[in-house]
Design a binder for this molecule. Structure first.
Ligand code: SF4
Length: 370
């Protein structure tokens, strides 16, 4: 099995918290799309003979690309790969791109899942984050998708925004639940140095929230969404029954993937490569790659990290089988403290972090690293 990721690194407006690789030169989109086909053709051997289970258009802002061009890439993938197991095709979208025309055309493509960057239902918080849409437009976008028959919808929310916890956060959660979407991703705002919020923080114009408040907001998100029937199945992800993100779940379980586009990463089970071309180079058909071969230690640490970020946790018998008894004993020893504190639970050979404690998963994971 394998998955395919297509990166569209363009944004019309830069969000104040965003540190992803993206550019504002939307005039390059046509050339970048044309070269996505070229790169796809050149790199098809990377996941040759592996049935494709999902395709994900991420960004940046994939909804800046016309639906028929998205479909042409899917068609191209269908010609190159075994797609008999292809069940999920997702596009990330900004709510304000989803006008009637766009949604009508999108509904005629093979895309069957939309991931919407809503972030908040508080217009002031959206302004602080320099988002292009407001709360009403976000709700309209979801309604439009559903009317067009696209009802496999995920929305992104951000919490931990100074001044927008409490009632503001609760209202965002309730409005998200009221939309009846199957999947919600909720991320804590992080302040990266090279962002507008990073600059505002240095100037004293923004003060990140205290750790204690982060914990309370995380608990609010967890309890509100789980009470509404969402399973908290990964640190930042909640799903109604049957609505887990297949593409992301494949990443977390070590499935191989081919990434196409400037900045996209690929993984073949043993090594990782990534395209370091700028969008301009990419638009001119210049593809540069860097990469790394994963050591046994890398594999072990990745398994620990991705497993403990999911509700399924670690399978200790898998650790013993693949990495040896020594590693099993080391992990069992390092986990004792967390088991006593109730931050880890153990059932047979399963070691997991209860979902309500996911916020401190980084500390647990680091302590179990080789
Ligand atoms: S839309 Fe997404 S990728 Fe673009 S600037 Fe905002 S957060 Fe970053």
């Amino acid at each position: 099995m394998a998955t395919l990721y297509i990166h569209i690194p363009f944004c019309k407006q830069i969000c104040s918290y965003c540190d992803f690789y993206r550019v504002g030169a939307v005039s390059l989109i046509d050339d970048v799309i044309a070269n996505s086909h070229v790169e796809l053709e050149q790199r098809k051997e990377y996941i040759a003979n592996k049935p494709l289970t999902s395709i994900y258009f991420g960004g940046g802002t994939p909804s800046l690309v016309a639906p028929h061009e998205i479909e042409q890439i899917v068609d191209h993938a269908r010609r190159l790969f075994d797609c008999t197991h292809l069940t999920e095709i997702t596009i990330e979208a900004n709510p304000d791109d989803l006008n009637d025309d766009y949604v009508t055309q999108l509904a005629q493509t093979s895309v069957n899942r939309v991931s919407l960057g809503i972030q908040s239902f508080d217009d002031e918080a959206l302004q602080l984050m320099n988002r292009r849409h407001n709360a009403h437009e976000a709700e309209e976008a979801v309604a439009r998708l559903k009317r067009a028959g696209i009802d496999n919808i995920s929305i992104d929310l951000i919490f931990g925004i100074a001044g927008y916890g409490g009632k503001s956060l609760e209202e965002s959660l309730q409005r998200a639940i009221a939309l009846g979407v199957g999947h919600i991703s909720a991320y804590h705002l992080t302040i990266e140095p090279n962002t507008r919020l990073g600059l505002m923080t240095r100037r004293g114009e923004y003060t990140p929230i205290a750790e204690e408040l982060s914990e309370r907001e995380f608990q609010r998100v967890h309890h509100t969404l789980t009470a509404a029937g969402y399973e908290h199945y990964e640190v930042s992800n909640f799903a109604l029954k049957g609505c887990r993100a297949q593409h992301n779940s494949a990443y977390w379980t070590g499935v191989e993937y081919l990434g196409i586009g400037a900045g996209a990463h690929s993984f073949d089970g043993k090594s990782r490569t990534w395209c370091v071309s700028t969008a301009k180079e990419y638009a001119n058909g210049i593809f540069h790659y860097e990469g790394e071969v994963l050591t046994i230690r890398d594999h072990l640490n990745e398994y620990v990290m991705t497993s403990l970020r999911r509700i399924e946790g670690i399978d200790l018998s898998y650790i013993a089988e693949c990495f040896g008894e020594g590693e099993l004993q080391r992990i069992e020893q390092a986990s004792k403290r967390w088991l006593t504190e109730g931050v880890l639970t153990r059932h047979g050979s399963n070691l997991a972090i209860p979902a309500e404690k996911f916020l401190i998963s980084d500390a647990v994971i680091e302590s179990l690293f080789d």
